[in-house]
Ligand binder design. Structure first.
Ligand code: PHB
Length: 403
């Protein structure tokens, strides 16, 4: 191994500058805990990564009550419910009435832009286009990483080292930190789905005040929003589907077919300017930590987007982890750090269950029997047909209380 060009030290090294890594960095910096964030991607690339956009109230609070001072107050759109549509009929679940809560639609890439701006404003050390090439000494009390800059003009052969007291892998579903933690005692638990989502962004007015989650015999569709003039929509597709095979007309007629019904509901259409096929799965790495190395967000677990839980789970991890790190930084005790994964995993598995349930209930499968397809309509009716059923879904969608 060649020796590094430079070696830097910090208390907390964070790999990944997505919302989880930046929020953790922000919370630690506010409490005076020195940290450095590294990410292979550029600011530009992350800010164009489209993900789900539903924030539970505690996630909104984490932004607004910790001085991120982003644009969520201006651009975020509070939603009072969702429309579950099946058999061609809409069923509105009104969250304030059912569980006294709302959610906010604010795209994940906007959350990233706000957090990155807050870190820059506060003088945070966030290094984009910086690739971690190796994770070092995970079982020691001074773990670290080797990294190199991918920025224009940088020498890619020049390797640097970062050493820290705690190392955090917040580096997404293909986490390099997670890979370095794998040992005989770790388990990767996962579930694969035989479908993906075809996602579009279109210049069009809103089609409905609330998001529509539709089950149709042709498959699932989700009518979401971004603003008064830009809409986000998805429909269930084959994982091998090619975005370029779909003209605007073909996309609109597929989406329209899946939300049509006797009520004559019609989508408002317009030019489509972004189309992507998004494969997904359910995944959890256990344990979520080893020694002084901890995983947070997608690095530790991913959920299908149907329940809109990904970012909320990442922020919930960060809330628990930041609290544990601050206790350790203050007093030197590791008790809360040692409890991190038990607390985090309780929520993770509830969210896994919810996301799996929503996904299974709303998507269709080529191998489903007539019995199965009819049974699912019974399941949807048992949700929408009773206050308890609707409350059960609403409680999970709007999120569980903080632990
Ligand atoms: C989105 O707007 O991108 C979105 C909303 C809700 C979901 C998934 C994605 O469940």
């Amino acid at each position: 191994m060649t020796s590094p060009q430079t070696t830097t030290g910090t208390r907390v090294g964070i790999v990944g500058a997505g919302p989880a890594g930046l929020m953790l960095s922000h919370l630690l910096a506010r409490a005076g805990v020195d940290n450095i964030v590294l990410d292979r991607r550029s600011h530009e690339e992350i800010s164009h990564t489209h993900r789900a956009g539903i924030l539970e109230q505690p996630s909104v609070d984490m932004l607004t009550q910790t001085g991120v001072d982003g644009r969520i107050g201006e651009l975020g759109d509070e939603h009072e419910g969702i429309d579950l549509r099946f058999g061609g009929e809409s069923h509105l679940l009104h969250f304030p009435e059912l569980v006294g809560a709302t959610v906010t639609l604010y795209a994940q890439n906007e959350v990233f832009v706000d957090l990155a701006a807050a870190r820059a404003r506060d003088g945070g050390d966030v290094r984009f286009e910086t690739e971690v090439t190796e994770v070092l000494d995970v079982d020691s009390d001074r773990p670290g990483v080797r990294f190199r800059s991918l920025a224009d003009g940088a020498d890619p052969d020049e390797v640097h080292e970062l050493r820290c007291d705690l190392l955090i892998g917040a580096d997404g579903s293909r986490s390099v930190v997670r890979r370095a933690l794998a040992d005989g005692g770790s388990q990767d638990l996962s579930h694969e789905y035989p479908f993906a989502w075809f996602g579009i962004l279109a210049e069009a007015p809103k089609s409905s005040p609330e998001l529509i989650y539709a089950r149709h015999e042709r498959g699932f569709a989700l009518i979401s929003q971004r603003s008064e003039t830009v809409q986000r929509m998805y429909f269930q597709c084959d994982p091998g589907e090619k975005p370029e095979d779909w003209s605007d007309d073909r996309i609109w007629s597929e989406l329209q077919a899946r939300v049509s019904g006797p009520d004559g509901f019609e989508l408002k259409t317009g030019p489509i300017f972004d189309r992507t096929v998004l494969p997904f799965r359910s995944f959890v790495r256990q344990p979520m930590s080893r020694g002084s190395v901890f995983l947070a967000g997608d690095a530790a677990h991913t959920v299908p987007p149907t329940g809109a839980k990904g970012l909320n789970l990442a922020f919930a991890d960060v809330r628990v982890l930041a609290d544990a790190i601050l206790a350790w930084a203050d007093t030197g005790t590791r008790e809360k750090l040692d409890g991190y994964q038990d607390t985090a995993l309780r929520r993770v598995w509830k969210a896994q269950n919810f996301s799996f349930w929503m996904t299974s209930m709303l998507h269709t499968r080529a191998d489903a029997t007539a019995f199965e397809n009819r049974r699912i309509l019974g399941e949807l009716e048992s949700v929408t047909g009773s206050r308890f059923g609707m409350q059960h879904l609403a409680e999970q969608y709007t999120g569980w209380p903080n632990s």
